[in-house]
Design a binder for this molecule. Structure first.
Ligand code: UDP
Ligand code: GLC
Length: 389
């Protein structure tokens, strides 16, 4: 197969799940491809460390100020998109296609197609929910997906279904789940796990782990409320993640909630960490608490690969990842009592927890490895190259 020359484009250089996904995909295509970022940040160093060529676009900075919920695309926003699009177009001339990894990047990629006449592939990582994104944003995305992009990769059926529900054309979408490298989980050393656990300072108490950026929709408050009603008052909770996209106020709210509920000695905020695979092995149970449907949910798969018992919130990609009662436990969103009951069940049945965790790992090894998903990404790229528009 011809090695396709891909210009990957992302608006952010923070390490969110979509960007960690891009890291692996861009590494796979690195011999013939490069990544253009609309800001500088940790993703650049992470890509370069993997041998991926990166350009930080100079004129894209002003686009960062255009909010996702804004309903009127102002003159400044249009100007920022066009400026960035010209810069992308110049780069794109050396590539076969532009692979947009975020919504803002997608709009810029589509505008750049007008200048550079390159095909556009959109990797959609979000559920286009009108409660989350403005109707104008969704309308623009759907129009561009149907008439400008050659194809769309959706990170789950749920993400694909939401796009179709807003008017997107089903036949243009390929669903490709995120893949992970199991070698990362397998390389974790026991003494690092012991050291991580010791640093949290919980001794032998049961420790729950909640991984993900601090954001209201990730539901860290639900986990804290569940902890407050856990029958076993010795259970501890590690919250791993930072406020990546300006959601510091929510972090402060979480700390206030912990104080209000008197849980200071049981809730451990570890901030953003780059040793997630180690920390996952250091916890006894992995919980996932998103209150709106999770588009995919890398942390769930990572927990399964780490062979932890996982309690996931129903909905979105999470429900596609887990087989309830076989590979994980599932609870309704935003229901601390249900979560507390599930935690009690898992902690009270260690043999069953081990059995489910082992089944979870087997399932993740079968369905969510890079070895399984990268060929599907390659196929989507080939379809773009063969597509008419
Ligand atoms: N993550 C991380 N450090 C942290 C918290 C999370 O590296 O402190 C990683 C986590 O391992 C996962 C990603 O961030 O790979 C989050 O992806 P997910 O799909 O779960 O959620 P998103 O943030 O993309 O909505
Ligand atoms: C997004 C979604 C998350 C998904 C990730 C990778 O950030 O919020 O659910 O796992 O992209 O596709």
């Amino acid at each position: 197969m011809t090695a396709r020359r891909i210009l990957f484009l992302d608006h952010t250089a923070a390490l969110g799940g979509a960007e960690l996904c891009l890291l692996d995909v861009a590494e796979h295509f690195r011999a013939t491809s490069q990544v253009a970022l609309m800001e500088d940040g940790p993703l650049r160093a992470a890509l370069e460390q993997r041998g991926v060529r990166v350009t930080v676009l100079e004129r894209a900075g002003s686009l960062q100020r255009v909010k996702r919920e804004s309903s009127v695309p102002g003159v400044a926003a249009v100007g920022a998109v066009l400026g960035a699009a010209q810069e992308v177009a110049r780069l794109a001339r050396g590539y076969d296609l532009v692979y947009a990894n975020s919504q803002k990047a997608f709009v810029v990629a589509c505008a750049s197609a007008a200048f550079a006449r390159r095909k556009v592939l959109w990797h959609l990582h979000d559920i286009l929910d009108p409660h989350v994104f403005s109707r104008v944003n969704i309308g623009v995305d759907v129009f561009l997906a149907n008439y400008v992009a050659s194809r769309v990769i959706a990170n789950s059926q749920a993400t694909a279904n939401a796009l179709v529900a807003r008017g997107g054309t089903r036949a243009r979408i390929d669903v490709v789940y995120n893949g992970l490298d199991p070698a990362v989980a397998d390389a974790v050393r026991a003494h690092d796990v012991a050291a991580a656990r010791a640093s949290i300072g919980v001794g032998g108490a049961p420790l729950l782990g909640l991984f993900g950026r601090l954001a209201p929709w990730k539901g860290q408050d639900v986990a804290i409320r569940a902890l407050a009603i856990c029958a076993d008052s010795g259970v501890q909770l590690a919250i791993v993640g930072g406020a990546l996209f300006g959601e510091e106020a929510y972090g402060a709210e979480l700390r206030a909630l912990v104080a209000e509920l008197g849980l200071e000695r049981r809730v451990h905020f570890l901030g953003f960490r780059s040793d997630v695979p180690v920390l996952m092995r250091a916890v006894d149970v992995l919980i996932h608490t998103s209150v709106t449907a999770e588009p995919f949910g890398r942390v769930i798969v990572e927990g399964m690969l780490a062979e932890r018992p996982v309690i996931a919130t129903a909905g979105g990609g999470a429900s596609e990842i887990v087989e309830v009662g076989v590979t994980a436990w599932q609870v309704a969103p935003n229901d601390p009592a249900a979560l507390a009951a599930a935690i009690a069940e898992v902690l009270g049945n260690p043999a069953r927890a081990r059995e489910v965790a082992a089944a979870g790992r087997r399932s993740a090894l079968e369905r969510f490895t890079l070895a399984a998903t990268l060929p599907l990404t390659e196929r989507a790229v080939e379809r773009v190259m063969g597509a008419a528009s």
